[in-house]
Design a binder for this molecule. Sequence first.
Ligand code: SF4
Length: 234
Amino acid sequence: MAENKRSQKTQKRPEYQGPESAKARLALELIERLKQEYPDAACSLDYDDAWKLLVSVRLAAQCTDARVNVIVEELYAKFPDVEALAAASPEDIEEIVKPCGLGRSKARDISACMRKLKEQYDGKVPEDFDALLDLPGVGRKSANLIMGDVFGKPAIVTDTHCIRLVNRMGLVDGIREPKKVEMELWKIIPPEEGSDFCHRLVNHGREVCTARTKPHCERCCLADICPKTGVGAE
Ligand code: SF4
C-alpha cells in the first residue's frame, strides 16, 4: 500500500489546457448545463468538521452515503473528537461501523488515520494533497474530495459515477482507471469548476444517467450534446 501511495504521488497533475480542444469545449457546455440542472452542488456525506469527512469517505467505500450518514451518528456519539477516535481500539470502531461493510479494514484505517492526525498534525486535517494521501485509508479520490470540499481548492473526484458519465459523455475515451480519468479531466476542466462538476456528476448519475438501468437519455438535459458513448452496449 505504501509503495502504491508513493507511486500515486510522483505524477504531477496536468495543467488545464484551455478551451482549445473539442473535449474542453464540450466540458464547458456540460458544466454550464449541469449548473442549471443542479444549482446546489454538495457532497452527500454529512459532516461539520474536516476530520469527519475523512471518516465518512472511508466508510463510503462500497456503501451508500445515506447509510454512512446514519452510522457516523452512533460513532460520534461514542467518540466525539479526533482524540477519542485515536484512543479507541479498532475493534470498538469496527463494532459500530460494520453495517457499512468491510468493517475490519475500515476500522483499522480510521483508527490509524486519527492517530496520525493527532500525533503529526495536532488533530487537524492537513491542507496539502500529498499529506492527505499519506494518511491511512486515504486515496486520490478522498484526498481530492477533502481538497475541494473542505479547503475550496481545485479537485477532480473520480468516483464510479464520474467515471461512467465522463465516458458516456465523451470527455474521456474508454478509460476506467480512476487516476487516468483524473489526469485527463485536469486538462479539460477549468480548475475552479472541478469539485462542483464532480458533485453534479454524482447527482446526474443517480437521477438520470444511471448505472443499473439504462440511462434516461430521453429526459436528460444533455441529450443533444452527449454522444452517449457505449449506451445500449453496456
Ligand atoms: S444523454 Fe444519456 S448517456 Fe448522455 S448524460 Fe444524458 S443520460 Fe447519460
